[in-house]
Design a protein around this ligand. Structure first.
Ligand code: FAD
Ligand code: DLZ
Ligand code: SF4
Length: 519
């Protein structure tokens, strides 16, 4: 009896649970490009092209193994446009009596998949996604106490230690290698002029990718972002080749300059692996194994390797755990009651603030910005300006090639916007212009003056920072980690308070901040 194996666009892994027992000649693999998914939000063109090309290459690789792959291309005649309808047609086309799939990574699609069971002329089995190191049960048993009470807050650092113990990464006789769990204090170096940034390998489009680029350019012309140049790895072999390059050339500097930002250098020493891991071309374990091996061979320092492993077995897994623990309510969290619309310049990059201009322009060009740009420039600005979390979430889900709701949402809601009231972060990641100036070269080329605190020429981050604290004083006073800064606020003179309010109101009501009404 034919069994249909339904593989989604972020499940491009040969060792996927739904493919584990697939037999060539008996089972049919089903994959579908559908309009409903490509427009569920108006994804960046490069993200759609990356994913469709990776899907098509994955299908080819399965065919080369002897599998029959029923692949529905976006422009195929009669493409019904949604997962549910496409799957139903594939079941009747193949006469399959069973469908097996791996659990979708986001609730919207999981709910839809559960609903298909009622209509489908075949049994549908949904299997756990074994590509994560912590299962849902593992996370819940860590996060929830014996009586099943939901936690008031969770901290990544404790989860991470548990994961280090479980995986054995960088552990010596049950203790963390180097005597510390975390070497972040060494990982905050600004970039000095003479640091040589490694040049990335490029993977020029082959015939399959070229066809996809044409399709996306044609069908998604009005979506945000540049399509060209396109040089991403889109096959398992190129993804692996790229991982090897990162481990050899960039990982050694990953720790030292993890928080640095530089004009015209979007990647610095960051891995650029998130999109490859999230869509399944690379496994998170193999990335960590390779980094730990490089350290053992003396090819990468501990602060770099520990930092990298923490991002993957710590942050990435923790974020996923929080998503499933807190959904569906998390999508609507707005603890600070922020309601301002997202400024239109998030879609054009046309702002006088150079840090935002750089981060948005790079995002538009590459569908990528690194973590500190996302958190301390883009996220920080949205936090300080009080932008509606729903609009911020949508922007982040649209613009990054690694963005899927399960990972985007907790990063935006919990980490960047403090919209969950401190469930995920112990205090808001709010900072004035001084932080951006210390960690980047952006301020030198800015129309605003980062040293000025007040007036038309002052860096907006400087007064918006205090305005944010004042607007949210009632909530933030309850946070003991904010004690010192809230104490400074308490000592401010009435004149200074008025000045901050006036500067902030002028800026927030300016034409530059005008909202958007869709991409
Ligand atoms: P590196 O800096 O090289 O880090 C190595 C790997 O660690 C990444 O590839 C990624 O797999 C993992 N990682 C690091 N930080 C995080 C994190 N906070 N959450 C989850 N994984 C992490 N990441 C996404 O994958 N998709 C998103 O949609 C996304 N949205 C974000 C939105 C905001 C507001 C913020 C602050 C962060 C977001 N992140 C997201 C997390 C992080 O910024 C990206 O994973 C990272 O920038 C990807 O670049 P990289 O591969 O070069 O990462
Ligand atoms: C992001 C995305 C896009 C743009 N298009 C498709 C698609 O046409 N077909 C597909 O299988 N997957 C696509 N994806 C990835 C899915 O959004 C992702 O697999 C689900 O949201 C997981 O829950
Ligand atoms: Fe950004 Fe302010 Fe620096 Fe300009 S001066 S780049 S707005 S931090």
């Amino acid at each position: 009896q034919t069994c249909l194996r339904f593989v989604l666009g972020d499940q491009l892994s040969r060792d996927l649970s739904s493919l584990a027992d697939a037999v060539p000649g008996r089972d049919v693999i089903f994959m579908a490009e559908v309009m409903a998914e490509a427009t569920s939000v108006r994804h960046h063109k490069k993200k759609i092209a990356f994913l469709f090309s990776a899907m098509r290459h994955f299908a080819e690789e399965l065919r080369a193994e002897g599998f029959e792959v029923d692949y529905l291309a976006l422009d195929a005649d009669g493409n019904p446009g949604s997962f549910g309808a496409a799957l139903a047609e594939a079941v009747s086309r193949t006469g399959a009596s069973r469908v097996v799939m791996t659990e979708p990574s986001e609730l919207r699609v999981l709910d839809a998949a559960r609903s298909w069971r009622e209509e489908l002329a075949a049994d549908l089995e949904i299997r756990a996604d074994s590509r994560f190191l912590a299962s849902h049960e593992d996370f819940v048993s860590w996060a929830v106490d014996d009586r099943g009470a939901q936690p008031k807050s969770l901290r990544m650092e404790y989860f991470y230690r548990e994961m280090r113990r479980r995986t054995g990464y960088l552990m010596v006789d049950g203790e963390p290698e180097g005597g510390q769990w975390n070497f972040d204090s060494q990982n905050r170096k600004p970039l000095a002029g003479d640091v040589k940034i490694p040049e990335r390998p490029r993977y020029p489009p082959d015939a399959v990718t070229k066809e996809v680029l044409e399709l996306v350019g044609d069908r998604f012309a009005t979506h945000f972002g540049d399509l060209d140049p396109f040089d991403h790895p889109v096959t398992r072999a190129d993804a692996k080749d790229y991982l090897d390059w990162f481990i050899a050339k960039a990982l050694p500097g990953f720790g030292d300059w993890q928080d640095a930002m530089k004009e015209g250098e979007p990647l610095l020493f960051h891995s650029h692996l998130s999109a490859l891991i999230n869509c399944g071309l690379l496994d998170p374990r193999e990335c960590c194994d390779a980094a730990v091996k490089a350290h053992a061979a003396g090819r990468a320092p501990l602060n770099a390797v520990e930092g990298f492993v923490r991002q993957i077995i710590g942050w990435r897994e923790f974020i996923r755990g929080v998503y499933w623990l807190k959904m569906p309510d998390y999508a609507h969290a707005n603890a600070l009651e922020a309601t301002r619309p997202l400024p239109g310049f998030f879609w054009t990059g046309e702002t006088r603030m150079n840090c935002l201009h750089q981060a948005i322009s790079e995002t538009k060009a590459h569908a990528y910005a690194h973590h500190i740009q996302r958190l301390m420039v883009l996220g920080n600005f949205c936090l300080l300006a009080g932008i509606d979390p729903a609009e911020v979430q949508e922007w982040f889900l649209v613009v990054y090639h690694d963005a899927y709701e399960w990972v985007e949402m907790p990063n935006v809601v919990g980490m960047a916007l403090y919209a969950d009231g401190g469930f995920l972060a112990s205090k808001p990641y709010a900072a004035s212009g001084a932080y951006i100036d210390r960690m980047s070269d952006y301020c030198a080329g800015c129309r605003f003056d980062v040293k000025k605190k007040a007036g038309e020429e002052a860096c907006p981050f400087n007064y918006l920072y205090w305005d944010f604290l004042m607007r949210n004083e009632r909530q933030l006073r309850q946070n003991h980690r904010m004690g010192v800064i809230m104490g400074s606020l308490g000592k401010m003179t009435p004149d200074r308070i008025e000045e901050i309010k006036a500067d902030s109101a002028r800026f927030l009501d300016s034409a530059e901040m005008a909202g958007w009404s869709g991409t």
